[in-house]
Design a protein around this ligand. Structure first.
Ligand SMILES: [Zn+2]
Length: 725
């Protein structure tokens, strides 16, 4: 059997290339009528298509090809002899009847096809199609989807049913299909078809769920991931049988994840967009760069990216998203170099200004100035490495990390901050390791974004134009990856590696190579420091950036005790543990907190601690400055574009031929839900190149004066785009 994982990484991952120019910049919209799909028969399609084009700046519309709501997941909205139609539509063929109205407004039509949510009645008509848990019970009977319904296995004969559905939808004349699902659900799949395929591959029965110590389990993790890739590949062929230039894409993950595998790096060769959800969920806290991070991650797959943002008030889907939340999400999506998508679950709101107003506020600049959104190359001297293998297989072998962490504010003269109960279950250890890897990557991204260091995610082997590559606890690396990373540094690049980067092989087994010693300069590891969130410090030995010798930096919670090799410079050390608040500080421990060494023509900096994970939790400014200044020291000369002013304004910089395109997003205000943005003033952009003579602000709609490379940006309500050359 063909196994995708056995391809070399370079075959698997298309070269990194921002292809925003593909099809032009796309702004997708979907409108549902779940309370009464029969409403579609009453609507004036011509008027609505025009409205969507003008008020939502939509140029690609998703029409329901199947219903996406309770009980109707298998019912289609168009005429075909092969599938049952939603009865409420009577004799209407939605896709064929809507298509000419959309085309008259230059709106491309694709169909939304539900491929994950089915009624129990439908499942009973097709025995053997459902996804099955280890104990033999169908997944959807144990954990009903959205409270009611089940899901089908992509290795069962249901896949042929799904491919036929794709073909029939394509025959209506639409441009493509979006596949909502399938997904391999947590705990799945142990159905007869999966068992058979797995046995053909390994000669063994599928293993118990979650046995992280068994090599067979690792095979099962890969098998689940490949199931998704194979399904998408064959779904794409089904669409292409009808239309060679047909578009197919799937609901991918916003970050690699072993439990529900749908990794854009693996799926990229078989889909036309890399898309993932970044919704506002229930709760008060807002992840300040959620859509920006998601868009940049998706874009790094080499496919045009699209970030999905529901136009819905969290779990109250019949109400629109709060105005500034929609504005912020769309502005971050545009700035990430991605295409946009929003969906009104309650179609009755379509013509209400509270629904379309915030969308139009942000998207109209992309509608009016497509040149600022198409064919851009990111200017990003810093890369953040994303390791899918780490997401799949990382389980730290450092027992010291497996304790609950207690951190509480000092209140009523009581303060806590240290290690609690042991974490001994394998599955909980895996979850802890996942959190450490993901938290570190997210935190490093947040630090760089907050400090406005232009960066991009790196999913594959393309290190082009990078000066610094950050390996944020990228623990599981293959030897090919390690060779490429070494070569990058030998040729003059710089690497910053943190915590257990490269300490394991691509399947999570402890690496038996010299990456830690020979490359990072860490000869031995003597376990971890106790997990503390208080009064523990790093002390600078040598000054750099704004730091002087003797300066203190908070010590992250998770730190390794490493013995540096002799050819490294120790720039900072961990202090000995105090173990309590307000304690007198102790002396330096023998263990470094930052070591730097030369390697070939380049430099390697190793941080044996999870600074990003710490920053993500506690947003400590000294830690941010420490890590960012390490990176600045390693950068080759000045950044070409720098932003001054409130750090709540984030920037993304692109090159387009001889022009700089600078996207500025105001993430400042009450960053709790409902988000209320405060307009940003006092923002200045400095262009290093003296050739920059002319700067235009596209949202403000005017030329800006430039003096000595410095431009004052007019007040930013949400978003501004500068074109400078
Ligand atoms: Zn199955």
């Amino acid at each position: 059997m063909e196994t995708y994982f056995h391809l070399g990484a370079s075959e698997r991952t298309p070269p990194y290339r921002f292809r925003g120019g593909y099809m032009g910049h796309v702004r997708m919209l979907r409108v549902d009528y779940p309370q009464n799909w029969g409403r579609l028969r009453e609507l004036d399609f011509g008027r609505l298509a025009k409205f969507k084009r003008e008020k939502y700046c939509c140029n690609m519309e998703w029409l329901p090809g199947t219903l996406g709501s309770e009980g109707g997941g298998h019912l289609v909205t168009f005429d075909t002899p092969h599938f049952a139609k939603a009865p409420l539509l009577e004799d209407m063929d939605l896709l064929r009847e809507y298509l000419p109205h959309a085309e008259s407004q230059a709106i491309t039509v694709i169909a939304y096809l539900n491929l994950h949510w089915y009624s129990y009645e439908f499942a009973e008509e097709h025995p053997g199609w459902e996804q099955v848990l280890r104990d033999g019970r169908p997944y959807g009977r144990v954990r009903p989807l959205y409270g009611n319904g089940t899901t089908m296995c992509p290795n069962s004969p249901w896949r042929e049913w799904a491919f036929k559905l794709i073909e029939e939808a394509m025959r209506t004349g639409i441009k493509g299909v979006f596949l909502d699902g399938p997904a391999v659900y947590p705990g799945c799949c142990y159905c007869e078809h999966c068992r058979k395929l797995f046995e053909e591959r390994t000669g063994r029965e599928p293993p118990e769920w979650g046995d992280w110590e068994s090599p067979l389990w690792r095979e099962f993790v890969k098998f689940r991931s490949e199931t998704m890739v194979r399904f998408l590949r064959d779904a794409r062929e089904a669409a292409k049988r009808v239309r060679e230039d047909g578009v197919v894409f799937i609901n991918s993950g916003a970050w690699p994840n072993w439990e529900v595998p749908r990794d854009v790096r693996e799926l990229a060769p078989y889909q036309d967009f890399s898309g993932a959800e970044a919704f506002f969920h229930l709760g008060v806290e807002v992840d300040p760069y959620f859509q920006l991070r998601t868009g940049k991650y998706l874009r790094a797959s080499g496919r045009p990216s699209v970030v999905f943002v529901h136009h819905a008030q969290g779990v109250w889907h019949y109400l629109p998203l709060q105005g500034d939340e929609m504005r912020l999400a769309l502005a971050q999506t545009l700035a990430s170099g991605s295409n946009t998508w929003t969906a009104l679950i309650n179609g009755e709101l379509l013509e209400r200004e509270e629904a379309w107003g915030p969308v139009r506020d942000v998207l109209k600049v992309a509608d009016e100035h497509p040149e600022a959104f198409e064919g851009l190359e990111p200017y990003a001297p810093v890369g953040i490495y994303v390791s899918s293998e780490t997401a799949l297989f990382y389980r730290s072998r450092e027992s010291g990390v497996y304790r609950r962490v207690q951190a509480e504010a000092e209140e009523d003269l009581v303060a806590k901050g240290g290690a609690g109960a042991r974490i001994s279950e394998l599955s909980e250890q895996k979850a802890t390791s996942d959190a450490l890897a993901r938290g570190e990557a997210y935190g490093v991204f947040s630090m760089l974004t907050h400090s406005r260091i232009p960066n991009r995610f790196v999913l594959g082997p393309d290190f082009r134009d990078l000066q610094v590559l950050f390996l944020p606890n990228a623990a599981c690396l293959g030897w090919e990856e390690k060779d490429r990373i070494r070569k990058f540094v030998r040729d003059g690049g710089a690497v910053v590696a943190s915590f257990e980067a490269g300490r394991y092989g691509p399947e999570g087994e402890p690496a038996e190579d010299d990456f830690f010693g020979e490359f990072l300069g860490a000869e031995e590891v003597h376990g971890t420091f106790p997990l503390e969130v208080r009064e523990e410090y790093i002390r600078l030995r040598q000054g750099f950036g704004s730091f002087r010798p003797g300066d203190l930096v908070p010590r992250p919670t998770y730190c390794l005790k490493v013995v540096p090799s002799e050819d490294t410079d120790v720039l900072a050390s961990f202090l000995e543990v105090t173990g309590q608040h307000y304690a007198p500080l102790k002396g330096e421990s023998p263990y470094p907190a930052l070591i730097v060494r030369s390697y070939g023509k380049g430099k390697v900096a190793y941080l044996p601690a999870l600074f990003g994970e710490f920053y993500r939790r506690y947003r400590d400014g000294t830690v941010e400055r420490f890590v960012v200044e390490v990176i600045r020291e390693l950068l080759d000369g000045e950044l070409q574009v720098e932003v001054e002013g409130p750090s709540s304004v984030v920037c993304e910089v692109y090159r387009k031929e001889g022009t700089w395109v600078v996207h500025l997003v105001n993430c400042g205000g009450d960053m709790k839900r409902p988000v209320d943005l405060v307009p940003a003033t006092g923002v200045k952009v400095r262009f290093e190149k003296p050739e920059v003579k002319k700067v235009r602000a596209l949202v403000a709609g005017r030329e800006l004066a430039i003096a000595g490379g410095l431009v004052e940006v007019p007040r930013i309500d949400v978003y501004e785009v500068l074109m400078a050359g």
